[in-house]
Design a protein around this ligand. Structure first.
Ligand SMILES: NC(=O)c1ccc[n+]([C@@H]2O[C@H](COP(=O)([O-])OP(=O)(O)OC[C@H]3O[C@@H](n4cnc5c(N)ncnc54)[C@H](OP(=O)(O)O)[C@@H]3O)[C@@H](O)[C@H]2O)c1
Length: 334
């Protein structure tokens, strides 16, 4: 088998090396998947730049999702079978021709379902599904604010909130992305590079989905109505932070909070880390994956694929994601 190793933090041309390695046997509760394609996530960019805390020491193989065919199953596996076409969530190790992952991180998909769309269903739609249905329990007609709404998780959040007939405020950083949000059905698309989203929104909201962090987090929490819920699941704006002092300033820019503020206003602040859910709550991950795959096969959600790149263009794909050029999901085909 072959894998792409992250060997150094920095630009893609120095960061990645392809290597041939021996394929191991799956454990009793694991499956081996022969990979058609693997997905890219913003966390991959952070890992490459050395900004991702959960990343194992280098050299390592990153990557959190694959689509492919099961070629071997462990003796205790009951939910999938050899030769099934599946989408699989991987806790690292996804940038490879073969992966071994827990069977609870795998769900069967239809033979002809688009590879790129299926990749989106793993990390991005599961994160969104968990954020919408478990962390914040979005209700019918809620007013929601979705940051970076044209991205992979952003698109998923929009579609899942549309199913609940929410009024959606969605932010993005370019006119092309705003047009995309209008087509997705976002009620109020906001270019947060040219407008302060917190002044464009003239009412309180019920739910805020924040993946930007820093000042955006602080402004988001101020928009919450009584009974409002906020979920923090990323801090993309950390890419703009340089030296040690600006890191401290960035940390402080989130603001300071006391539980009494949340009690008095009946507000909720939740955090999501799907890698931790995958590692420590595999049944919840399986529940999220089954739900998003079912919704996709029923046509109730429809991931947008912004680009599928050949393996030789992994670096180009990474730079597109880092430089905010992508819309929806991007993936890499072997
Ligand atoms: N906690 C979890 O379990 C979990 C799981 C998945 C993803 N995430 C987080 O969710 C967010 C979205 O992930 P994704 O994979 O779907 O990526 P993505 O949204 O497709 O791409 C990231 C987007 O973030 C926006 N962004 C805002 N400030 C940025 C900056 N300073 N530099 C670069 N991009 C910036 C950009 O959109 P605009 O151009 O519109 O600003 C960019 O396209 C990320 O923050 C990621 O870390 C968390």
């Amino acid at each position: 088998m072959e894998a792409v190793y992250l060997v150094k933090n920095g630009k893609p041309e120095v960061a990645f090396e392809r290597k041939k390695i021996e394929l191991k046997e799956p454990g009793n509760d694991e499956v081996t998947i022969e990979v058609e394609a693997f997905g890219l996530n913003f966390a991959d960019v952070l890992a490459r730049l050395g900004l991702y805390r959960d990343c194992p020491p280098l050299p390592t193989v990153i990557g959190y999702e694959v689509v492919g065919r099961i070629v071997k199953i462990g003796k205790d596996v009951k939910n999938v079978f050899e030769s099934d076409r599946v989408v699989g969530f991987t806790i690292f190790g996804g940038y490879a021709t073969h992966v071994i992952t827990n069977a609870k991180a795998v769900v069967k998909i239809e033979q002809d379902y688009s590879t790129g769309k299926a990749l989106a269903l793993a990390v991005q739609y599961c994160t969104a599904f968990y954020a919408v249905n478990i962390a914040t329990n979005v209700l019918k007609n809620d007013r929601v604010l979705i940051q970076a709404a044209a991205g992979g998780v952003g698109t998923a959040l929009v579609q899942l909130c549309k199913l609940k007939e929410c009024k959606i405020y969605g932010t993005a950083g370019s006119q092309q992305k705003l047009d995309y949000l209008t087509n997705l059905g976002v009620d109020v698309p906001i270019n947060y590079n040219t407008h302060d989203f917190s002044t464009v929104i003239k009412e309180k909201v019920d739910v805020v989905f924040d993946s930007i962090g820093g000042k955006a987090f602080k402004k988001g929490i101020k928009l919450l109505d009584y009974g409002g819920r906020m979920v923090a699941f990323g801090a993309a704006s950390q890419l703009e932070v340089g030296n040690f002092f600006s890191k401290i300033k960035f940390g402080l820019s989130f603001g300071f909070y006391h539980p009494v503020q949340f009690i008095m206003n009946s507000r909720t602040l939740a955090g999501v880390n799907m890698l931790k859910i995958g590692r420590f709550q595999p049944d919840i991950l399986q529940y999220c994956m089954q739900n998003v795959v079912a919704l996709a096969h029923e046509g109730k959600i429809d991931p947008h694929v912004g680009g599928m790149y050949p393996i030789e263009k992994l670096g180009e794909a990474h730079l597109a994601l880092e430089n905010r050029k992508t819309i929806g999901k991007i993936g890499i085909v072997w």
